[in-house]
Design a protein around this ligand. Sequence first.
Ligand code: NAP
Length: 320
Amino acid sequence: MNVENVVIIGSGPAGLTAAIYAARAALNPLMFEGFSAGGLIPGGQLMFTTDVENYPGFPQGVLGPTMMKAFREQAARFGTRFVTEDVREVDFTKRPFRIASDEHTAQARAVIIATGASANWLGLPNEKRLADSGGGVSACAVCDGALPAFRNQDLAVVGGGDSAVEEGSYLTKFARKVYLIHRRDQLRASKAMQERFFKLTEQGKMQPVWDSLVLDVLGDQAVTGLRVKNVKSGAVSDLAVRGVFMAIGHTPNSHIVRDFVACDEKGYIKLPQPGRTHTSVPGVFAAGDVADHVYRQAVTAAGSGCMAALDCERWLAEQE
Ligand code: NAP
């Protein structure tokens, strides 16, 4: 079997930037761009985003999918080859490393892991049932918010971070009102997002439900409401909504590599050398959200993808 110089796993900003740099360094990278692992699709989390307004170079903003299409075209232009499948298995115990999807097995001298992170769920029984059946529970407003069932209805987002405000404000385009249910009485979201939220509440388009936990999602075939508990008063009440969108953070997609590279207790890949992308396994590098629980931005992911490709190129040169 042909041994690749470098296999890149994942096709968000980190993976595709690593591919652009690796391809331009004549490493002829092979990318497993994924298919549906972690609930993602090729292009990663930005494929579920509308306007990206903080990526430098786009003064008017850019749609997430448009940006990722451009990243992919740029990587392809310099010769990146793509396998549109999820990696099922890796073996980093011996070299060359082995990376396998259902239909393809590759051997590689080096690997860059850029598998990103996926949305978290509350873990309520009805939540999963109504999410799987398309009954009105979702973790992606951009994907599902415009469905006819949600038009002019009351909806809810759960969470108090940037995602909750962003998803909620997106939903106000369609909904009658969007409740933001947060377990505390202060948002975690950035100042700019908080301003957006409070403007929408003044306009009556959003309404906070502070200090509250969702105990259950109500509804048989479709969401009819949420059972909510106020953590300060202990009061339990039902909130009538037709849809609920979870925005309670993310989990790194490191499952397939956790037996091989050191990860922290949350599953983020550890990068032992500060400011570098080397993992605990020489020749295996990590970039983007799978190794970053702090910044988690498209631009930082892209930057770390560049770093991983440069680290990888130097490491390969040292091996010769
Ligand atoms: P996040 O900042 O981790 O916020 C998650 C929110 O969910 C927190 O408010 C948290 O509550 C709440 N939460 C977590 N687990 C919960 C549970 N089991 N039950 C109820 N609530 C729970 O996640 P995020 O909003 O997805 O943002 C992640 C990163 O992406 C951040 O760095 C953010 O700045 C960035 N981001 C940026 C943009 C943008 O700039 N356009 C948009 C989206 C995301 P607590 O606050 O009490 O912990």
